[in-house]
Design a binder for this molecule. Sequence first.
Ligand code: MG
Length: 378
Amino acid sequence: MTGKTVALIVAAGQGNRMGGPPKQFLPLGDKPVIAHSYRALLAHPAIDAVLVVIGAGQEAALEAALGPCPVVIGGVTRRESVLNGLEALAADPPARVLIHDAARPFVPGRVIDALLVALDSHEGAIPALAVADTLARNDGVLGEMMSRDHLVRVQTPQAFRFDAALAAHHSWPADEEATDDAQMVRRHGGSVALVEGDPMLDKLTYPADLAAAEARLACGRTRCATGYDVHRLVAGEELWLGGVLIPHDKGLSGHSDADVALHAITDALLGTIGAGDIGTHFPPSDPKWRGADSAQFLTHAASLIAARGGTIDFIDLTLICEAPKIGPHREAMRARIAALLALATDQVSIKATTSERLGFTGRGEGIAAQAIATVRLP
Ligand code: MG
């Protein structure tokens, strides 16, 4: 299938069983609950845009959680909220839509991949997990055991061909509530595929769920990887270093803007997920990267990590040169790199050294950069 894929995050819930503000805005790790799925969906290479549906009056809370982002105001029920989101998209309809609950913060990239593949042959696709526990009726005391054969636990994101989702919503009786969008598409005659779900997708409902999610975040596997780069210093070039334009009598030369600092960090980030190096993703043989802003290399590496459900913990960079002096530009570079990676400034460290006038850096012929990235993967 060709055409765009848009994700709709339904975040219009006003209350929660945890006390305090709606759960989608509660803090989880280093950001609010909703920011985890928003970033993961936005970073997935197959998703073109993410639209958030919130309740009336939640604009400020959303802006605080995500910064500026496309938003639609939902209705009284979840079904109305989804419909408002779909109708907002209908002006420029995508081919596919993923509908996701904001209270499910962790979205593994492989589930999105599987859902989108299934849409080639079905109107809808949902993640589902087998039921492991014994099921029984609650009759006040233990009732009959229930067979769990043929039962699955249904999760989100739920993926649909956009036309099928919109038609199912439009034909649904106004006075009837729906458990989820997949049931609506199914009742409208669509076939909905089941793909393997993931316990990471479980919904935050009770206070203990939030604690479990915190523990999940904390116990991810930590990976460190290094990156190294060199570019030649030549007269008549701009000097871009750490994403900042630095006044100097020479600049770095290369196929892109030759920002060695961003290149070293990009390679370190790619290394944490074994995704090759910067040349794998942006071959110097491709003319479209001539003079390119290296910020896009860095954000691409970060998006690949986010698509794996990973979190960048820390970046440490060392610049090796005689000139320019790095100290006066250190804070601007830290702020720029942190902004590109959606990190706090204190998660980025920048150091500089000379090489005692030895070698090519000592003679001022080039600048070398080495970086180490620390990333947590689920
Ligand atoms: Mg380079």
